[in-house]
Each structure stands twice: as structure tokens, then as C-alpha cells.
Design a protein. Structure first.
Length: 294
């Protein structure tokens, strides 16, 4: 092998090694570090009744109890849907090698488990069932479908109603229209610039005729604005929500799952569901039946 070729191969190997090292995720926090600092940092986005923004919520109370379980103080760290995962993992963009400060230990705010998110974080055992529904104003000419025993058929029926209709969605969330191929169904997709909590008010005020909402937010909207909106039907298969952990925080995730199971056994989980989402067991009886039997 000539000297020039050898040097080229060496340079190439070094370059590849540097790329791999720069793309490797930092170590996530573990329990020893949390106990040493004496504070548990909960990353959360104000959303539905998971994080109300007023110091309470389903996930807020769950995280407060988890901090107590660990024997440390609790601290809430407000974030956004765009910044939550980077704030947990320390990576703004792995592909481009852009890092960002880590500001929390767990994300808990009703985060739906999606394939693109599972590439970046690990999720806990399911904390809540969900599904994406199409919601319309009560005066819309679109009528709710008659559900069948086939979810795929139900979804297709809903999509068939969207031809030429404007539907709101939000990028980088479970309500991203691209996840459900709505444009292929003929919908006039409009990306909403506001927060998820503002979607229901947006259609009530006439900004659009329909919107995507996931189950927790839809249940709250039905209670908050009775008679102003209606559920047309499902846009997605059944989904679950969970708490998100950095890929290297395996021990923390394991201990949290053990804690969650204890909450389900001693009635704590059932109490929190009754407090924040009393209608949920009516829509998802099987999920909550299994949760109580774990």
C-alpha cells in the first residue's frame, strides 16, 4: 500500500470516529445523582390536565409523589413541545452535532408514544390511553360516524368526510396532520400556530371548521364548552402516553416503572384519574381495568 493511500485511509477512519463520537448521546441522569443534588427536576409542557400551569395536574402530582418516593425535593421546569426532548437529552440536533443544556430528569405532560420520539427517548410503562379524534363545531354539517367493530373502517369513514374541509393540526406533536395522511384524503390542512390548548377555542371562534384533538384534551374541551363541539370519530389507532427518559437513564426508568406499579396497586393512580380525567374509564374501560389488575 502506498503512503498516500495509507494516509487517506487513516484520515477517513479518524473522521468517521469523530462523527460517531459527536453524535453519541450524553449520559442521562441516574438516581444517585438526583439524590446527591437533593432535587428532582420535572420537565413539563402546560397541557390539558396533565400540567395545568397552576401548580397541579395529573403528571405534576405523579411526579411530586415520585420525588417523595426518591426522598428528594420536587422542582417543575416549564418547557415547550419543541424544546422538551432536547432539554432532557442534551441534543438540539444529533445529526448536526448541536448540543443544548440538560434541564430536567423526566418529561411528563401527557406525551404520546410515537415512533419518531422512541428514536430519541425511552418511555415508561403507559400512564394514559389516548387516540386522535376529529372534532368539529357543533353547527358543522359534518355528522359523527356510527362506530363499527373495525377501527380501520372507522378511520376511513372519518377521512372520507374531510374532502375539501379545513382541519387544524400542530407540527411536531401527535396532532401533526402528516402522521395521518390527511392531505391524501383531500383535507385542506392548516398548521395552527398556537398551543394545543387553544385548538378547541379556535374552531369554536370560527378559525376553522374542524381540528385534531387527542382524547385527554377532547374530554376537557367537552366539559369546558358543553354543546359547542362534537366528536366526529377517530383519526388514529389506539395510542398510549408515557413519561420520557434519556436513553441512558435506564435505572431511573426502571425505578419509576416500579413506583407506577405501586401507585396502581395502592389506589393512588385511580384517585388521580378520578380527579383529573373522570370520563376516561368510560371511553377506555379495558385499559383502566388492566391498570388496576397489574
Amino acid at each position: 500500500m502506498n503512503n498516500w493511500l495509507f494516509k487517506s485511509l487513516v484520515c477517513s477512519c479518524v473522521a468517521c470516529l469523530l462523527i460517531c463520537l459527536s453524535a453519541a448521546p450524553d449520559y442521562g441522569v441516574e438516581i444517585k445523582e438526583i439524590k446527591q443534588r437533593g432535587v428532582f427536576f420535572h420537565l413539563g409542557v402546560p397541557y390539558a390536565s396533565f400540567v395545568t400551569g397552576s401548580g397541579d395536574g395529573f403528571d405534576v402530582e405523579l411526579m411530586q409523589l415520585f420525588a417523595k418516593y426518591l426522598g428528594v425535593e420536587y422542582q417543575f421546569v416549564k418547557t415547550s413541545w419543541e424544546e422538551a426532548i432536547p432539554a432532557l437529552t442534551g441534543w438540539k440536533s444529533v445529526e448536526r452535532g448541536i448540543k443544548t443544556p440538560i434541564t430536567g430528569d423526566i418529561i411528563a405532560n401527557g406525551m404520546t408514544v410515537l415512533p419518531n420520539r422512541e428514536k430519541l427517548v425511552d418511555f415508561s410503562s403507559p400512564t394514559f390511553p389516548t387516540q386522535v379524534w376529529l372534532i368539529a363545531r357543533s353547527d358543522s354539517s359534518i355528522s359523527p360516524i356510527s362506530p363499527t367493530d373495525n377501527i380501520e373502517k372507522d378511520i376511513e369513514m372519518v377521512k372520507s368526510l374531510l374532502k375539501g374541509r379545513e382541519v387544524l393540526g400542530v407540527r411536531s406533536t401527535c396532532l401533526d396532520p402528516d402522521l395521518y395522511n390527511l392531505e391524501l384524503a383531500g383535507a385542506r390542512v392548516r398548521i395552527f400556530a398556537g398551543s394545543l390548548n387553544e385548538l378547541a377555542p379556535a374552531i369554536i371562534s370560527g378559525e376553522a371548521e374542524t381540528t385534531l384533538l387527542d382524547v385527554p384534551d377532547a374530554l376537557i374541551a367537552l366539559d369546558k364548552w358543553p354543546g359547542r363541539i362534537k366528536i366526529i370519530g377517530p383519526i388514529s389507532q389506539m395510542q398510549v402516553m408515557g413519561c420520557a427518559f434519556a436513553k441512558s437513564s435506564g435505572e431511573l426508568r426502571t425505578v419509576f416503572n416500579q413506583f407506577l406499579q405501586l401507585c396502581k396497586k395502592d389506589g393512588t393512580y385511580k384517585r388521580l384519574i378520578a380527579k383529573y380525567y373522570p370520563r376516561a374509564p368510560y371511553y377506555f374501560p379495558e385499559f383502566f381495568r388492566l391498570a388496576q389488575s397489574e
